[in-house]
Design a protein around this ligand. Structure first.
Ligand code: NAP
Length: 312
C-alpha cells in the first residue's frame, strides 16, 4: 500500500488524460496519471483512425502508445491502477485505489471517459465471451470466413462492421431505425461494401445459441414497423449501441447531469468542486472525438495550472 503525493492527479489514460498530463508537465507541475482499468482507454479498441490530424491512418493502440510515451518523457508519473473512491471534501484531495494505494493531490483532472453500453438482454450476458462482444478489434479475428451481426447505427457500429467485413464473409448490421447516425463517409463505405447488409428498423429480441459447446448461433429480431420477427443465423454478435460515462465513483461528490456526465462550468473544465476539473468523454455527451478529448485535456490542464498558481 503506497501513498503517492502529487500536485496534479489525472484519472484516466485516454487522449484527454494524456494531453492534460503533457500540458501540465510542461508547466513544471508534478503530475501523476492513474491509468484506470483499460490503459489507453477506448481508442485502444479501434483498429484504424483516420481523422486524428497529423496521422493519415493510425491504430488506436499506436496513437495512445505515442501519447503515453510523450507524457512520460516529459516527466509524468504513470501508475497502472484503478481508483475506487474519492474524497473531494477535504484538501489535499485523496483518491483510493483497488490496490489499496492512496493518491494525495492539490488538484484533480477527471478524464475517466465512457464505456460501451449493452442491450441488457439475458441472452447477451449468457453468451458474453462466447460469441457476444463489444470490441471488433479485439475479437474480430475469430470470425474469419464466418457470419457476424453488428448492432447499432452510429460511427462505432459502422466502423466495426467495416472492420469485420475485412475478416468475415458476411456482416449484418442491425439498426433500430431506417437511417444510420454514422458519418456520411462511413455510410457510403457500407453501401459500397458487398459483404455488409443492413437489417433496417429492427431490434434484437434475443441472442440465440447452444450450450455444448457454448456458442452463438444467431439472433431473433423484430421489425418495429411490421412487428414481424425472424431469426438471423450468425456466429458472432458485436454490440455497438453507444457509451455511458464512467462516473459511478463521483456520484455524491460532484454534480452530474441526468445521464451521469460531469457538469462543468461554461467554457472551461471546472466542476462544482474548486480544484477538480473534468475533460473528455466523461463530460461530453455529444462530440466524443479523440481530437476533442485531447483538446479538452489541454483546457483542463490550463485550468488546473491556473488554479494551482492561485493556491500556491
Ligand atoms: P452513438 O453515436 O450514440 O450511436 C449509438 C447507436 O446505437 C445509435 O445508432 C443508436 O440508435 C443505437 N442504439 C442505442 N441504444 C440502442 C439499443 N438499446 N438498441 C439498439 N440500438 C441502440 O454511439 P457510438 O457509435 O458509440 O459513437 C459514440 C461517439 O464516438 C460518437 O460521437 C461518434 O461520432 C464517435 N465515434 C467516432 C468514430 C469515428 O471514426 N470518427 C468512430 C467511433 C465512434 P439511434 O440512431 O436510433 O439513436
Amino acid at each position: 500500500m503506497a501513498l503517492y503525493t502529487t500536485d496534479l492527479l489525472i484519472l484516466g489514460s485516454g487522449p484527454a488524460g494524456y494531453t492534460a498530463g503533457i500540458y501540465a508537465a510542461r508547466a513544471g507541475i508534478s503530475v501523476t496519471i492513474v491509468s484506470g482499468n483499460q490503459e489507453g482507454g477506448q481508442l485502444t479498441m479501434t483498429s484504424a483512425i483516420e481523422n486524428f490530424p497529423g496521422f493519415e491512418e493510425i491504430s488506436g493502440f499506436e496513437l495512445m502508445d505515442k501519447m503515453k510515451n510523450q507524457a512520460v518523457k516529459l516527466g509524468v508519473q504513470f501508475v497502472n491502477d484503478y481508483i475506487v473512491e474519492v474524497d473531494f471534501a477535504h484538501r489535499p484531495f485523496v483518491c483510493s485505489s483497488e490496490n489499496g494505494h492512496s493518491y494525495k493531490a492539490k488538484a484533480v483532472i477527471i478524464a475517466t471517459g465512457s464505456s460501451a453500453k449493452w442491450l441488457n438482454l439475458e441472452s447477451e450476458k449468457k453468451f458474453l465471451g462466447y460469441g457476444v462482444s463489444a470490441c471488433a478489434t479485439c475479437d474480430g479475428f475469430f470470425y474469419r470466413g464466418r457470419t457476424v451481426v453488428v448492432v447499432g447505427g452510429g460511427n462505432s457500429a459502422v466502423a466495426e462492421a467495416l472492420y469485420l467485413a475485412t475478416l468475415a464473409d458476411r456482416v449484418i448490421l442491425v439498426h433500430r431505425r431506417h437511417q444510420l447516425r454514422a458519418d456520411k463517409i462511413l455510410q457510403d463505405r457500407v453501401k459500397e461494401n458487398r459483404k455488409i447488409v443492413v437489417e433496417w428498423d429492427s431490434v434484437v429480441e434475443e441472442i440465440l445459441g447452444v450450450d455444448e459447446p457454448k456458442k452463438v448461433t444467431g439472433i431473433r429480431v423484430r421489425n418495429v414497423e411490421t412487428d414481424a420477427t425472424k431469426v438471423i443465423n450468425a456466429d458472432g454478435v458485436f454490440v455497438a449501441v453507444g457509451h455511458q460515462p464512467n462516473t459511478e465513483i463521483f456520484k455524491g461528490n460532484l454534480v452530474l447531469d441526468s445521464k451521469g456526465y460531469i457538469v462543468t462550468h461554461a467554457n472551461c473544465s471546472a466542476t462544482d468542486v474548486e480544484g477538480v476539473f473534468a475533460a473528455g468523454d466523461v463530460k461530453d455527451p455529444k462530440y466524443k472525438q479523440a481530437v476533442i478529448s485531447a483538446g479538452s485535456g489541454a483546457i483542463a490542464a490550463m485550468d488546473a495550472i491556473e488554479y494551482l498558481d492561485s493556491v500556491a
